[in-house]
Design a protein around this ligand. Structure first.
Ligand code: AGP
Length: 607
């Protein structure tokens, strides 16, 4: 999704604005732009395409300055083009915006009636004209923004600069994240901390409705009602190195190989003496878990798949009814909440608009509590939740989620085991679950040694247009995650089915051109899955089986990849790894943009 950087300093800062945009590239975008205050007013450069195109333009023109704003745009209103790229300008004012202004059409009509001319198809341009109009009526930049934002319906993070007040930047947020970075004699805005990590590690996280005015002298934050507030200064745990690609060809590959460490980090301090430490879910966790009669899990995309795996675990280990639902569906139906239900969101970014909206809705309903499993401290979802269990995957830059997914599974397994313990899970099964988690980091290292074998296998997929993924039980969502990975980065159409559903429809698709990928641990459903695979073989389908050694015997598949044997908790994590590697290598062979697949954004902050 869109990215914002703003800097007010006493030195030339265009390089830092553009570097900040480059650090935000992972969010997904289609055009980029920068606006600086020059001696004659606002000077702007914009380019369709990549940040490097904008950087080349800046080199050509030599544009520089001490105060400016920059943006990467992910098109919502209007095609990707230079004309629609931000910053947008109206007279002396320039603005960058993330989010969607839902009432832009009415505002545009009103402004046009007053003589304002529009040069883009975007919803954002109305903000530039509205701030300009307010300034022309005598408002300071701060007053102008404070006057404008209550008129905007929808979601926004904006930063505005005005040639009438050189050196001042005003930012505001509602529904889209915006942080303030604190420097020595210079201050910054960023849509996330990654944009600013080379400049500072001290941040103020703006809250919903906040308006912040910054200059080289400092920062002042106001509520939407205009009252001065202090927001706590937080030191970021991330450092700039964590977002470097190092020797890896792609962030995705780096992140796949970081999974052993990320899982170890997610487990650290959460298990002791063979037990999950219940207090990791909060000081009153014992009582909360005891009171939990049902769990509603809400998430999107990959995080939703993690939630689907957790549903099996929560019901199997704790005997507690659990539903897992896509956030964009949940928020627009009328969910029924029984007494004793815990609301659980899963999100890598903690900023996904639908998940955040579902959480806000849930806070008005009689849930026991709202637990977030999230990877970004200080994100909106973390701040809105009453309980938090952080995954410790570190920054995930590749749009395709990898280490975020496996660490989510680990966090959810901790939850299912802790809940199971309180609900009477037998000692042996509980101890075995904990042991499996402890062994996971080593098992991940083992499994990733299959990389070369999977790379060879990937060559068989490069000319394919479709693929079918099959699994049963917890491996059905694993198959869904495998299909999502393949489709999002290689653009091969892929579907996942619960293997038992095969003969109810999708079997009609199976022929020699349709690769069928099955993930099969040795669990109680293995014999049933083997029968399903026979159905595929009998129709001439090319079968690729990712199975543990205990299952491989007698399996009639074109290609069998043997995974380390793992139990009910570890197996979904282990089985996910070869599917990540497969889609990665297929995408590389097909020459797609692995880390920033077309049309996609890392952090989906609009509905
Ligand atoms: C998958 O690879 C994607 N990154 C996407 O499906 C993602 O999981 C989804 O947009 C939800 O994001 P979140 O975890 O940040 O909420």
């Amino acid at each position: 999704m869109c990215g914002i950087v703003g800097i007010s300093a006493q030195r030339n800062i265009v390089k830092h604005l553009i570097d900040g945009l480059a650090a935000l590239e992972y969010r997904g975008y289609d055009s980029a732009g920068v606006a600086l205050l020059g001696p004659d007013g606002i000077v702007r450069l914009r380019a369709k395409g990549k940040v490097r195109d904008l950087a080349a333009l800046q080199l050509e023109t030599g544009l520089d300055g001490h105060c400016g704003i920059a943006h990467t745009r992910w098109a919502t209103h209007g095609v990707p083009s230079e004309g629609n790229a931000h910053p947008h300008v109206s007279g002396q004012v320039s603005v960058v915006h993330n989010g969607i202004i839902e009432n832009h059409a009415a505002l545009r009509a009103e402004l046009q009636a007053q003589g304002y001319e529009f040069s883009s198809q975007t919803d954002t341009e109305v903000i530039a004209h509205m701030v300009e109009r307010a300034q022309r009526a005598g408002r300071t930049l701060l007053q102008a923004v404070q006057e404008v934002v209550p008129q905007l319906h929808g979601a926004y993070a904006i930063v505005v600069v005005s040639a009438r007040e050189p050196g001042t930047l005003v930012g505001a947020r509602l529904g889209s994240p915006l942080v303030v970075g604190l420097g020595e004699g210079e201050q910054y805005f960023g849509s996330d901390v990654h944009a600013l990590l080379p400049l500072t590690r001290r941040f103020l996280y703006l809250e919903e409705g906040d308006v912040a005015e910054l200059s080289t002298a400092g920062v002042q934050v106001y509520t939407l009602a205009g009252e001065k507030v202090q927001r706590e200064v937080k030191e970021s745990q991330f450092n700039a190195d964590a977002v470097q690609r190092g020797d890896y060809a792609h962030y995705m590959l780096k992140e796949i190989h970081e999974q052993s460490q990320a899982v170890a980090d997610t487990l650290e301090g959460r298990i002791a003496g063979g037990k999950v430490l219940t207090q990791i879910f909060g000081v009153e966790a014992e009582q909360l878990l005891a009171a939990t009669q049902a769990v509603h899990i809400i998430a999107c995309g990959t995080s939703y798949h993690a939630g689907l795996v957790a549903r099996y675990w929560i019901e199997q280990l704790a005997g507690v009814p659990c539903t897992t639902e896509i956030a964009s569906e949940y928020r627009y139906r009328d969910p029924v909440v029984r007494e004793g239900t815990l609301f659980l969101t899963i999100s890598q970014s903690g900023e996904t608009a639908d998940t955040l909206a579902a959480l806000k809705l849930a806070k008005q309903m009689p849930y026991l509590a709202q637990l977030a499993v999230c990877n970004v401290p200080e994100s909106s979802i973390v701040r809105e939740s009453s309980l938090v269990l952080m995954t410790r995957a570190g920054p995930e830059i590749g749009v395709a989620s990898t280490k975020a997914f496996t660490t989510q599974l680990v966090a959810l397994a901790l939850f299912a085991l802790a809940l199971g313990r309180v609900k009477g899970l037998d000692d042996a099964r509980y101890a075995d679950g904990v042991r499996q988690l402890e062994q996971l980091p080593g098992l991940i290292v083992e499994t990733l040694k299959l990389d070369a074998e999977i790379k060879t296998l990937a060559e068989r997929f490069t000319d394919k247009h479709h693929a079918l993924f099959l699994g049963r039980g917890t491996h059905w969502p694993v198959a869904m995650e495998g299909a999502l990975k393949l489709k999002e980065i290689s653009y091969i159409h892929a579907e996942a089915y619960a293997a038992g559903e095969l003969k109810h429809g999708p079997l009609a698709l199976v022929d020699e051109d349709m690769p069928v990928i099955a993930v099969a641990p040795n669990d109680r459903l293995i014999d049933k899955l083997k029968s399903n695979l026979e159905e595929v073989r009998a129709r001439g389908g090319q079968l690729y089986a990712f199975v543990d050694e205990t299952v491989a015997h007698g399996l009639d598949a074109a290609h069998v990849v043997i995974l380390p044997a793992a139990g009910e908790i570890a197996a979904p994590v282990i089985s996910t790894l070869p599917l990540q590697l497969l889609s990665y290598h297929v995408a590389v062979l097909r020459g797609t943009d692995v880390d920033q697949p077309r049309n996609l954004a890392k952090s989906v902050t609009v509905e």
